[in-house]
Design a protein around this ligand. Structure first.
Ligand code: ATP
Ligand code: MG
Length: 276
């Protein structure tokens, strides 16, 4: 079933680790190609593992230039390992992009990936800077949707093992806010808005630290007005952020609508050459 043999992969180095597992840079010896290998922690019960494998099967079909490819999956003595496209410039965590034109280009790429996933009825659930990866061709891709999607089935937001709630929408953190209804697509758009605003500002956009405790993050995200782009930003950018960071999920724009927003269309590469 596996197209790549696990034994043909040589671990080059450890790239990093998160709540779900550890990621290694690996070399596929027969072809000389580099990949990222995500090793998922835990002794999963057979039923959970079976479910994870089924999900990852589905995700193997996902093929879009702005989504990190999931090439293969191995069940190595009960430990699940996922072979991913390698992104040589790592994640966008901690990046500061004060110029709107490159920020618009990056945003367009993330939106294209998100639009593709949403059209296929796949919700990411964990859009955040560390899950947006870049390579030396300046291609930006969404990572980890498979893993987060799989992991999310056994986790709830109050559980510390789910990672940070910093990028989660108010209605996902506090299910009472939206009568217990949760629209995952709109949730992804909120997370995108928080991430893009963070890139622009060079800091987490809420009044609390991103690493803050659950209660203070919950207060900042669910009880206060959504953050906004500063007055010094262009009107297009301020409006774009407001379209993503609507408290009411029904009022948030979809990925398809956002791709047609002036912040995206007016900053395309021929911007500046148009006569005004
Ligand atoms: P979380 O577990 O909460 O999602 P995280 O995204 O930081 O946090 P991982 O997904 O385990 O954790 O990723 C760990 C590190 O590996 C991150 O720094 C990420 O940028 C890097 N990484 C993940 N996938 C790839 C990949 N396909 N290519 C290159 N680097 C990757
Ligand atoms: Mg990740």
């Amino acid at each position: 079933m596996a197209t790549t043999s696990f034994s043909e992969l040589e671990r080059v180095n450890r790239i990093g680790s998160g709540t779900g597992g550890t990621v290694y840079k690996v070399l596929h010896r027969p072809t000389g190609r580099l990949y990222a290998l995500k090793v998922i922690y835990g002794n999963h019960e057979d039923s959970v593992r079976l479910q994870m494998c089924r999900e990852i099967e589905i995700l193997r079909d996902v093929d879009n230039p702005n989504v990190v490819r999931c090439h293969d999956m191995f069940d190595h003595n009960g430990e699940i390992q996922v072979l991913l496209e390698f992104m040589d410039k790592g994640s966008l965590e901690g990046i500061h992009i004060p110029l709107e034109q490159p920020l618009s280009d990056l945003t367009r790429q993330v939106l294209s990936g998100l639009y593709y996933l949403h059209r296929r009825k796949i919700v990411h659930r964990d859009i955040k800077p560390s899950n947006l990866l870049i390579n030396s061709r300046r291609e930006v891709k969404i990572a980890d949707f498979g893993v987060s999607r799989v992991l999310a089935q056994t986790m709830d937001p109050c559980n510390s093992s789910v990672g940070t709630i910093a990028y989660m929408s108010p209605e996902r953190i506090n299910t009472d806010l939206n009568h217990g209804q949760y629209d995952g697509y709109a949730g992804d758009i909120w997370s995108l808005g928080v991430s893009i605003l963070e890139f622009y500002l060079g800091r987490f956009p809420f009044s609390v630290g991103r690493q803050g405790d659950w209660a203070s993050l919950m207060c900042a995200i669910c009880m206060s007005q959504p953050p906004e782009a500063p007055p010094s930003a262009s009107r297009e950018f301020r409006e774009f952020i407001a379209c993503c960071l609507q408290r009411d999920p029904a009022r948030r724009w979809t990925a398809g609508q956002l791709l047609r927003h002036p912040f995206i269309t007016q900053n395309s590469t021929d911007y500046g050459f148009k006569s005004s």
